[in-house]
Design a protein around this ligand. Structure first.
Ligand code: DGY
Length: 341
């Protein structure tokens, strides 16, 4: 008989056999996430939860989860989970860093290039029958080669974006909470910058910082006012880092030239959002990690974290390792709630 009960909040591209050796596994079968009430009922009965960034794992839910030992999130970001509440209840939280770095950096570059060279506008233009001749000034955009790229947040994904910029002979500047060691700056060919300077001089700004109280609406009116009118903003991190109303004002008034978002606030973007009326904005539906291989690896890592947590083993990728020290009486249990994207 299976020892444990597990709820998985969506169908995943992975084999559950190993998990099923130790647990009864219930998988939510709908395309849409389970409603909050369903999650709440489930967490009262299960030992393990495998969830996605669309599942709000908040304090009331965690406090109702009296049997829950491990929350395994299939994502690197975990701003949908109240980590302090989980840690206080000694519930381990796992995530999937590393495996999605390249896929997300690749999509960031796809958006940089699509926004600069107006690929989506060009496609719309063609399909609507407006391509009637070659025109000297049709759909002009800025050079990418030789431009200045500003990277906000230099975790794994920020670094992978910087590596790719070398092929474009760009000047790459970055701003991060902590300045990285000089040898890393040198090997990536990047320069540290204040946030204000990065805003002022970058031709492209790409966001790779986690969402936190500090980064919520980090891009708002005051920041757009400092940016070049030719600047292009890319966000593949979390939607709420950019204030959507301020972005609309900046794009519609020509305060910045263009933006490309893979993440929005809220998600999905409401169809009545004024942002959807803008031609100088590209929006993709949070597909940064959406390569076949990456999604499979993320699911495998999430299962590995879950199995380890159920078996009282150390999670291969734990967000709140303070739970271990707390259990051993050596910590206050409230550390370990930050990540690098
Ligand atoms: C993550 O993992 O946090 C991404 O946003 C989704 O892959």
């Amino acid at each position: 008989m299976s020892q444990f009960k597990v709820f998985v909040t969506r169908r995943l591209p992975v084999d559950f056999t190993a998990l099923e050796q130790i647990a009864t596994v219930e998988v939510w079968q709908e395309r849409q996430p389970p409603p909050y009430e369903v999650l709440l009922e489930q967490v009262k009965q299960v030992d393990g939860l495998l969830c996605l960034l669309t599942d709000p794992i908040d304090r009331p839910l965690i406090e109702a989860a009296t049997t829950l030992k491990v929350i395994s999130q299939m994502a690197v970001g975990y701003d949908n989970i109240d980590i302090l509440a989980a840690t206080a209840r000694k519930i381990l939280v796992g995530h999937t860093p590393g495996v999605l770095t390249d896929a997300t950096a690749d999509l960031t570059w796809a958006l940089i290039m699509a926004a600069a060279r107006r690929v989506v506008e060009g496609d719309r233009f063609t399909r609507s029958g407006q391509w009637t001749t070659w025109e000297p000034d049709l759909l002009l955009g800025p050079n990418i080669t030789g431009a200045t790229l500003g990277i906000l947040g230099l975790g794994r994904i920020g670094q992978a974006v910087a590596q790719r910029a070398r092929g474009f002979a760009m000047r790459v500047i970055y701003h991060s909470r902590h300045r990285c060691p000089p040898d890393l700056e040198q090997s990536l060919g990047i320069e540290y910058s204040s946030f204000a300077h990065l805003l002022q001089v970058s031709d492209f700004i790409t966001i790779h910082t986690p969402l936190s109280e500090d980064t919520h609406h980090l891009f708002s009116d005051a920041q757009f006012e400092q940016m070049k009118s030719s600047a292009i903003l890319i966000n593949t991190a979390r939607g709420a880092i950019v204030d959507p109303d301020a972005l609309y004002r900046a794009l519609s008034r020509g305060q910045i030239a263009r933006a490309a978002l893979d993440v929005t606030e809220p998600e999905p973007i409401p169809m009545e959002s004024p942002l959807l009326t803008l031609d100088n904005l590209i929006i993709t539906p949070h597909i940064g990690s959406a390569s076949v291989q990456t999604r499979r690896k993320m699911a495998e890592m999430a299962i590995a974290n879950l199995i380890a947590g159920l078996n009282n083993q150390v999670l291969p990728n734990c967000v709140n390792p303070a739970v271990y020290s707390w259990e051993q009486g050596t910590g206050d249990g409230l550390q370990g709630s930050s990540t690098t994207f």
